[in-house]
Design a protein around this ligand. Structure first.
Ligand SMILES: [Zn+2]
Length: 267
């Protein structure tokens, strides 16, 4: 009897502890919200949800057709289906097609920087969702996603790879696996910022390689490279060359934002 009542008492004690813990959690959560109000990634105004305030959101420039089917850069006017840009014909990239969610401008740059340098990992699902929407056609034909890799030293200092975060978010949308480790950055390249187009290409020359244990994820497969920003395209070009050299059947590119000055058509 004493044992039974002891058991009841301990159950009651556990219940009280659980209630107290739930209360603490609520209190702690409220305190966290007070201490860290969600801020718009661009203008730093408090916002209700993650990401951007309505004013900054409305300033984002989503990329929609008509665009060059190869490079994904918007056309000034609609030339009709399947037309390529002069740029794609004059200097065809190693990759097959590139798609981007938004133009790289003041607002999207703020999102990219917040994810990359501000530890705003909470932005990745939203940015990945937009990228997955923009790339739905190339994703439907692909076997796997490959994030543009960081050199291990940069990964060590930054602690995470923003492209891998975006690839995981895209994967959550489309269900494609992420072939992490299938591509390695074997050369610690200088930051591409501030370099000319030619310097950027030279900077990533020989920087990427498919390791022996990554070959099985590449040979004969249709792959989508995932990165946060496409500027000159030198980085994804270097990655695509390495993947194709290792036997990939196709390489497309999906980024969150791209530099996209409207281009002329080939006609
Ligand atoms: Zn804002």
């Amino acid at each position: 009897m004493a044992e039974a009542s002891g058991e009841v008492a301990s159950i009651a004690a556990v219940a009280r502890l659980k209630t107290a813990a739930a209360g603490l959690r609520r209190l702690f959560g409220a305190a966290l919200d007070l201490a860290l109000p969600r801020l718009c990634a661009a203008c730093r105004e408090p916002v209700a949800g993650p990401g951007l305030c309505p004013r900054c959101w409305s300033k984002l420039s989503f990329i929609t057709r008509p665009y060059c089917e190869r490079l994904g850069i918007p056309f000034v006017y609609d030339p009709g289906p399947g037309i390529l840009s002069m740029q794609a014909i004059a200097e065809p990239p190693a990759y097959h097609r590139a798609r981007a969610a938004v133009r790289f401008d003041e607002i999207s740059r703020a999102l990219v920087h917040a994810l990359k340098y501000g530890d705003r990992l909470d932005l990745a699902p939203m940015m990945g969702r937009w990228a997955a929407h923009a790339g739905c056609e190339i994703l439907a034909e692909a076997d796997a996603l490959i994030p543009v890799p960081l050199h291990w030293r940069r990964l060590w200092t930054r602690r995470f790879n923003q492209s891998a975060m975006l690839a995981a978010a895209v994967s959550a949308q489309c269900g494609l696996p992420v072939a992490a480790g299938a591509l390695k950055r074997v050369k610690a390249t200088a930051q591409q910022v501030g370099l000319s187009r030619t310097e950027r290409a030279a900077n990533v020359q020989g920087a990427f390689r498919v390791p022996a244990d990554g070959k099985h994820a590449v040979v004969g497969r249709r792959l989508v490279l995932v990165d946060d920003v496409l500027t000159s395209g030198a980085t994804v070009e270097g990655c695509a060359r390495a993947l194709l050299r290792a036997g990939a059947a196709n390489v497309d590119v999906l980024v969150f934002a791209r530099v996209a000055d409207p281009v002329q058509t080939s006609i």
